[in-house]
Design a protein around this ligand. Structure first.
Ligand SMILES: NC(=O)C1=CN([C@@H]2O[C@H](COP(=O)(O)OP(=O)(O)OC[C@H]3O[C@@H](n4cnc5c(N)ncnc54)[C@H](O)[C@@H]3O)[C@@H](O)[C@H]2O)[C@@H](O)CC1
Ligand SMILES: [K+]
Length: 477
């Protein structure tokens, strides 16, 4: 099952793998044409009603595959109004093939005729709201005709994610949907799924399409993108500073560091963008838990671990905090050891490397494919989302599992994990845990690739910070 948003992301990932939208449309049109032949027999007459979006493009392509039959295409609009390059290319190919077409701009001129089969390629996953004119009249004309109806991808007018119909939708005899079943079609018996050549890799590997989960609408306000609180520092100071700065670079509006007073000034010294709150002493410990919980109430995500150290008291503080906390948390580094023994209502993303995962009681496997299956099982047992760092990062919430391939051996430098944890925390304020962790891993690796491509090896963690925005947005705004 796949939602339309996830489908759009996977589609973009396929493009990045070299599989162009035009290829996918060719496969989609071919699949529809095959269904029409199966359904209508070798001598069927066919009318394709095509909208101006890519759903229409699939119908236009199907008509070319059916050019040996009595086939006609009704385009709802002018060819100049076709919405994408690939649909225009398919329209030109249809003209060149000499398949009869009619352009209908006025809804009163819609005449489906009396074919054996009508192909409904009016609206697909790109529909918003109720069908407007001339699409609305076209939907009604299909429903009033005696022809058998084959819908392309989704019955036109239906919301594929919910199955809801606003006003009107086509009532088909068969739906040929692409790649995977959409939630709104799940319980129907007239649906067949066509493989259109989107490889498993486009779903499994995090890619540029996964960036589409984050948005930054123009009417946003301060705080909409999260307040992140980093709890750490004591034996180390750079780690919490890096993590908090990474959270800002990954889009958080405010980043706080709560650290022992012995190191608070030093942490503040790294950046004026950080808000540093000092607690007594030289280590985070159980005495601080009440204050941490009180502060966490005004934050969207808490990141536990950077620079915390492995003192017994700090470990106990993490455990006590998680037992009482029910918000969103990222747990990294020395804080990870507390997780397996803790009962918590918090939504937790853990970011261990392989060694830390084993210390948590997790699996080990050299082969990343085997590892990803084992990590999925362990995440399900643990009840938390895992981001296991490695040459192939494995991200799983126990149900959905993704693998990230960005990054390079230059990123074995100290502090890159703190940057990743901070980015994960920022994204966790905005999107679901598995999406946040996958996107953070992807962006962190891409940032590292940009630095090493430009400068060669010798990267330091702070180099990643200015690259993170581009890695996450890359021309999108
Ligand atoms: N991997 C993929 O996602 C693939 C998608 N393909 C096809 O692409 C379709 C999605 O294409 P698009 O995103 O272009 O969207 P659609 O073709 O579903 O519709 C978008 C068009 O309809 C218009 N529109 C939106 N709501 C309307 C309304 N209520 N009344 C009237 N017009 C309305 C829009 O202005 C736009 O021109 C899928 O359903 C599928 O058929 C295929 O080409 C193969 C690959
Ligand atoms: K359709």
């Amino acid at each position: 099952m796949i939602t339309s948003d996830r489908m759009a992301a996977v589609d973009r990932n396929a493009t990045a793998l070299g599989i162009s939208p035009e290829w996918l449309m060719e496969s989609a049109g071919n699949a529809v044409a095959r269904a029409v032949r199966e359904f209508g027999g070798p001598d069927a007459s066919v009318t394709v009603l095509a909208g101006r979006g890519n759903n229409g493009g699939d119908g236009i392509t199907a008509a070319r595959f059916l050019s040996d039959l009595d086939v006609e295409v009704l385009l709802l609009g002018r060819p100049s109004g076709l919405a994408s390059d690939e649909t225009r290319a398919k329209w030109d190919a249809l003209q060149a093939a000499g398949v009869p077409t009619r352009e209908v701009t006025d809804s009163t001129a819609i005449d489906v005729g009396s074919p054996d089969i009508v192909v409904d390629a009016i609206l697909g996953t790109g529909v918003t709201g109720a069908p407007r004119e001339p699409e609305r009249t076209a939907v009604q004309a299909i429903n009033e005709s005696d022809a058998a109806v084959v819908s392309v991808d989704v019955p036109s007018g239906m919301d594929v994610d919910t199955g809801e119909v606003v006003d009107v939708a086509v009532d088909p005899n068969r739906v040929v949907t692409f790649h995977d079943v959409k939630p709104g079609l799940a319980d129907r018996e007239d649906v067949t799924v066509a493989n259109i050549g989107i490889p498993v890799a486009a779903e499994r590997f995090v890619g540029p399409g996964d960036r589409q989960v984050i948005e930054r609408p123009s009417d946003s306000h301060k705080g909409d993108f999260g307040r992140v609180m980093v709890v750490g520092g004591g034996p180390f100071t750079g780690a919490p500073a890096l993590a908090a700065q990474a959270a800002l670079r990954a889009g958080a509006d405010l980043a706080y560091v709560v650290a022992p007073e012995s190191v608070a000034d030093q942490i503040q010294g790294y950046s004026e963008d950080l808000i540093v709150d000092a607690v007594d002493g030289t280590r985070i410990g159980p005495d601080h838990v009440d204050d941490l919980l009180a502060a966490a109430r005004d934050r969207d995500v808490v990141l536990l671990g950077p620079g915390l150290g492995d003192a017994e008291e700090s470990h106990a503080a993490v455990a006590e905090f998680l037992e009482a906390y029910d918000g969103r948390a990222v747990v990294d580094a020395d804080a990870l050891a507390a997780v397996p023994d803790v009962e918590t209502d918090a939504t937790v993303v853990c970011t261990p490397h392989q060694g830390e995962l084993e210390e948590m009681g997790g699996p080990t496997a050299d082969d990343w494919e085997e590892r990803s299956a084992l990590v999925e099982e362990f995440a399900a047992d643990l009840g938390h989302t895992l981001l296991v760092k490695g040459a192939h990062d494995v991200i799983s919430d126990g149900e959905t599992t993704r693998v990230n391939r960005t990054g390079n051996q230059g990123m074995t430098a100290g502090g890159t994990g703190d940057v990743l944890a901070g980015a994960t925390a920022a994204l966790l304020a905005q999107v679901e845990p598995v999406d946040a962790a996958a996107l953070a891993a992807y962006a962190n690796g891409l940032a590292g690739d940009a630095v090493v491509d430009r400068d060669g090896f010798g990267l330091v963690a702070a180099d990643l910070l200015p690259e993170l925005p581009r890695a996450l947005w890359d021309g999108r705004r």
